[in-house]
Design a protein around this ligand. Sequence first.
Ligand SMILES: Cc1cc2nc3c(=O)[nH]c(=O)nc-3n(C[C@H](O)[C@H](O)[C@H](O)COP(=O)(O)O)c2cc1C
Length: 209
Amino acid sequence: MEILEALKWRYATKSFDDDHILSEDQINILKEAFNLTPTSYGLQPLKLLVISDKILQKKLFEVSYKQEQVKTASHIFVICIEKPIDKNFIVKHFDLVKDIRETPDEVLQPYRDFLISDFSKKTDEDLRQWAIKQAYLALGNMLTTCALSRIDACPMEGFQPEAYAEILNMNTAFLEPVLVLPVGKRNESDKFASFKKVRRPLKEVILEV
Ligand SMILES: Cc1cc2nc3c(=O)[nH]c(=O)nc-3n(C[C@H](O)[C@H](O)[C@H](O)COP(=O)(O)O)c2cc1C
């Protein structure tokens, strides 16, 4: 039941208490949750930007359709996808598997070669869409972790990715921001906190076969 209570407690926070700064431990838990997210083939085509600079947050607020949560949050996480997902990227992953698990090369090689060949057939846009799906998984994992840790958060697609990349000085040949997650402590005056959850009835969304 604890998990359901946490999921009912959370809501997409529209305004944070801007005097409240999350502790380093709380932020570290969220970084770990991001990194522990399962990804397709375990390739982790993602990076997480962590922002706590209030001047930067104000600039990001301007290119987030002036959504208050970006300006008032304790920290802003920006989930980015990596590029290119090429042979080098895949080889690096298998080197890590080898290091951590000491798996012999002859065991890894067929799988590695299969992935290199399979991924070489995908277009840049296919790879981009594949990576974006992994970013959404990370967002879900971080949101659940926030709920269980009683950290308020707002998942966000409502921002201008090109402007974010420019403000955050990102090299867009290698990184693309796809999701934003402001976190902090809900502002007592955020009326959304008391709104009833709107979800379709279970019997409408669950199909028992
Ligand atoms: C991928 C995604 C993107 C979202 N983008 C925004 C956003 O830009 N701004 C916002 O205020 N809420 C955003 N939301 C919040 C949803 O509107 C909210 O989660 C939904 O209405 C359910 O409400 P609840 O999260 O409070 O239960 C987004 C949610 C998701 C999952």
